[in-house]
Design a protein around this ligand. Sequence first.
Ligand code: NAD
Length: 493
Amino acid sequence: MSAITQRMYIGGRWVAAISGGTRQIINPFNQQVIAEVAEGGREDAKAAIAAARQAFDSGVWSGRPAAARGALLYRLAELIERDRETLAELESLDTGKTVEESRWDMDDIAGIFRYYAGLADKDGGDVIESPVPDSSSLVVREPVGVCGQISPWNYPLLQAAWKMAPALAAGCTVVMKPSEITPLTTIKVTELAIEAGFPDGVVNTVLGPGKSVGAEMAESPDVDLISFTGSMQTGKTIMRAASGNVKKIALELGGKNPNIIFADADLDTAVDYALNGVFFHAGQICSAGCRLMVEASIHDSFVARLKARMEKIRLGDGFAEGTQMGPLVSAEHRAKVEEYVRIAREEGARLELGGKRPEAPELKDGFFYLPTLFTECTNDMRIVQEEVFGPVITVEIFSSEEEVVRRANSTIYGLAAGFWTRDPDRIHRMSKGLRFGTVWANDFNVYFTQAPWGGYKQSGLGRELGRIGLDEYTEVKHIFQNHNPKPVNWFGV
Ligand code: NAD
C-alpha cells in the first residue's frame, strides 16, 4: 500500500472524508507511518448507510439467486488466496503480529468466504403441517437488510470476514467499519470485492473513529442489524444506541478465559498449550488462556516449566525469521497492560517473570512488553477478573474439581475455557460444568469456521461462524396461504 491516502468506498465510489480529514497508520514495531487513510465522521457514515439502504431496497443483491451470490463469494475467496501474501504483510505491518500468524489468518479468511459461499443456497425453508384445513404453511429465511459491521484491531480482517461473508451470503448489504488503527486489510479486501464484481452499494467500507462513525452506525434507523466485535464497554454503548430502532444486535466481546490443569494431565503438552493459549499475537486475543488454574500437587513443577519456556520466547520484528512474539498494537494499549501489572503487584500477586518492557536496543522503538507471569493469584484480584489483553499469565492453585469449576465460572465473562485431564468421566463433568461459549478438553484456542463462536454472559450476544452465523443475518418469515377461504360471518350479521 502506497503513501497515497487510502479512501473509503461508498456506493461504488472511492471517496475522501467529507471533512477532508486523514489519519496516519503506524507500524507498532517501529512507529513508522505506513499509510495515510481517510478519517471519516458521522456524515460519511450516513452516506455509506444510505448507499447500503438503496442497494438493499433495490433488490440488486437480495433478489439475486442465492447460488449466484455464492458464486461471487467463491470468487472473492479465490482473490484473497491469490493476494494472500500481500494481505498477510499488510496485516503484520498494521498489527505487529508475526507474518506467519497473518498467513494463517488469510488462509482462514479465504476458507470463511468459501464456507458461506457454499451455504448460501442450501436453505430451502420448511413446510409446516398446518392445522387449518385446505391451507399451506411455509417458513422461509430472508436477509435482515442493511448491516453495520464494526471490527476490532487484534484480528482486523479475520473479524471482518466473520461478519461480511455470512451477511453477503444471506443477501444483506454491508457497511463495514474497521478499527481506525488497523484499516489496511479491510481496504484491500474491499478492492478485491470490487474486482470480484459485487454490485455498487452492496459492500461499503467507511473509515474513522468509533465514537462518530461507529456510533452513527449503531444509532441509524436505516441500519437493520449491528454486528460488533470489541470491548465489553463499547458493546454496552452499542446496545443502548441500537435500541432506538430495535436493531438486531450481534456482540462478540471480551473474555477472561480459564485454562485448568489437573494433575493427571499430559503435562508436557499442557505446558506447551499454556504458552500457545496466551502468547500468539502478544496475548491480544479475546480467547487467550491468560487465567491458569493449576492443581496444587503439580503447581510448583508446572510453574517452573512454564517459566523456563517463557524466558526463551523470542521478541522481535514480525517479519524476521525466528520471531515468536511481536509488539503490542499501540502505545495506549501498552500503557493499559502496564497499569494492570502495577495493579496486580499492588494486589499482592507475586511477579515471577517480566513485568516490564524489554531492554534490547533493537526493540526500543516498538510497543514491546515482556512475557509476564504472576503466581499466588486469587479469585478476587482485578488481574484475575478483568481482561488485560496482553502477554500476561496469572496462576491460581486449586484442590478439587468442584472448587475449580465454581471459581472458573465466577466471572462476568463466558467466552472460552479449557482443561487438561486424562479422566474421561471428568472430561464429561467439566464440559457440562463450565459456563462458556466454547470449552476445550485437552486443547486450547482451537476454532474453525464450521463451529459456532460466541460468549455466555457478558462476553456477547449471538454467535458467529457455523450455520448459526448465517442465521444471524436472516429474518424468519411464516407464509400462510388459505386455499379455500369461506366467510366466517361472526361480525355484524
Ligand atoms: P474497542 O471496543 O475499543 O473497538 C472496537 C471497534 O469499535 C473499533 O472499530 C472502534 O472504532 C469501534 N468503536 C469504539 N467506540 C465505539 C462506539 N461508541 N460506537 C460504535 N463503535 C465504536 O475494542 P478494540 O480495543 O478494538 O478490541 C479489543 C477488544 O475486542 C477486546 O476486549 C477483545 O476481547 C475484543 N474481541 C473479542 C472477540 C470475540 O470474538 N469475542 C474477538 C476479537 C476481539
